[in-house]
Write a protein that binds this ligand. Structure first.
Ligand code: SAH
Length: 349
């Protein structure tokens, strides 16, 4: 990482101290802060003297990330971003347009070490975790990209990485993106997705953050889950469900179970029945996702008929469930697909 100070994400007193060191009046800190919250780079901070803009450019970093490339979908309003970090690492984000506004899917790590068998993000392991400023940057850059068209109102932490494996920065990001003098995005509009790191889920329950917790379940029992999610060897389903129940109890928030439907493996009627008895009666919603096919993986999506049958079986058992609409499939919508294509040279201009 660069030696320069990254200003985005700094608290106001810290920023004031830094600007005082540069011989500036304290009120400049507020000005810089206001620009940074809009994702504006130093050279465009028009109410700062030119010389100060120059000094800041030489000694500090405004946003620790840039949009390397934006890939608009030809099928819908979805845009996939390839963001570049200062150290040259690349991560992905996806901007989706819903009837309620713009939602951004952000990454929390460069790669992932969880090793799920269906996921592209984890194929090269985890390079490093992102800082909270890097997570904020993704939102600010998407807002800049949208300009007059609108702004990000919802965020999902479902890009590459395991948010709870980067716990402190994730929680810091959540507080900062919600700050009144920051982007002020409601925590109720933010979903954090985890493969099920039980100790961190217990910790998160105590933070007083009314986010929506999504749990990537993907199997109704340990036998199947272990075949596709190595984390199931560390935290079996009964421990996971105990943590989920405690989370609901503590926060009063409904949780979401993510369930990717894979041909034969976890999508048969008996699996739906088993899932219904596992989560039945809980304050939860099941999000069914037809598996996104990843070239490097041999797993196939369940057929549309199997998906509908699965949904029906859950509904008959009074489990709240929906099938997630597929968006941006032509631009490598599934986690980690775009970054991989770029790493292998396929998507470069
Ligand atoms: N590490 C976190 C968040 C990132 S993945 C987690 O595991 O929840 C976001 C969601 O996409 C998870 O539910 C993940 O299991 C799912 N996912 C990953 N690859 C997928 C694929 N090929 N098809 C469908 N869903 C996938």
């Amino acid at each position: 990482m660069s030696e320069k100070h990254v200003l985005l994400g700094m608290e106001l007193p810290e920023l004031k101290a830094l600007l005082t060191q540069l011989g500036q009046p304290a009120f400049r800190a507020g000005q810089v802060m206001a620009w940074l919250q809009k994702g504006v780079p130093f050279e465009e901070m028009s109410n700062l003297p030119k010389a100060l803009r120059e000094t800041l450019r030489e000694t500090c970093i405004d946003l620790p990330m840039n949009i390397h490339q934006a890939f608009p979908s030809s099928k819908d309003d979805t845009v996939k971003f390839l963001f570049s970090c200062i150290d040259g690492n690349m991560i992905e984000g996806v901007l989706m347009h819903y009837h309620y506004g713009y939602s951004l899917c952000i990454s929390t790590q460069v790669g992932c070490k969880m090793g799920c068998a269906f996921c592209a993000s984890t194929l090269n392991g985890c390079v490093r975790s992102l800082t909270s400023a890097e997570m904020l940057s993704q939102v600010l850059l998407a807002n800049r990209f949208l300009g007059e068209r609108g702004h990000v109102g919802h965020i999902v932490l479902m890009g590459s990485g395991e948010p709870l494996d980067n716990y402190d920065h994730t929680v810091d990001f959540l507080r900062k993106v919600n700050a009144e003098d920051g982007l002020n995005i409601s925590l109720r509009n933010i979903s954090v997705s985890t493969c099920g790191l039980v100790p961190q889920m217990n910790r998160l329950a105590e933070e007083g953050l009314p986010i929506t917790l999504s749990i990537s379940l993907h199997a109704p029992n340990d036998r199947i889950r272990r075949q596709i999610m190595p984390i199931a060897n560390t935290y079996p389903i009964d421990q996971l469900m105990t943590a989920v129940r405690a989370y609901v109890q503590k926060t009063g928030r409904r949780v979401v179970f993510e369930y990717a439907l894979i041909d034969q493996l976890n999508s048969r009627p008996e699996h739906a029945r088993e899932l219904a008895s596992l989560v039945g009666g809980m304050q939860c919603h099941v999000n069914l996702i037809p598996l996104n096919h990843v070239d490097e993986r041999s797993l196939r999506p369940a057929t549309p008929q199997a998906v509908q049958q699965f949904l029906k079986t859950l509904e008959e058992r009074h489990v709240s469930a929906t099938v997630r609409r597929e968006m941006g499939s032509d631009i490598g919508g599934a986690c980690g697909q775009l970054r991989r294509r770029v790493l292998s040279g396929e998507a470069e201009e």
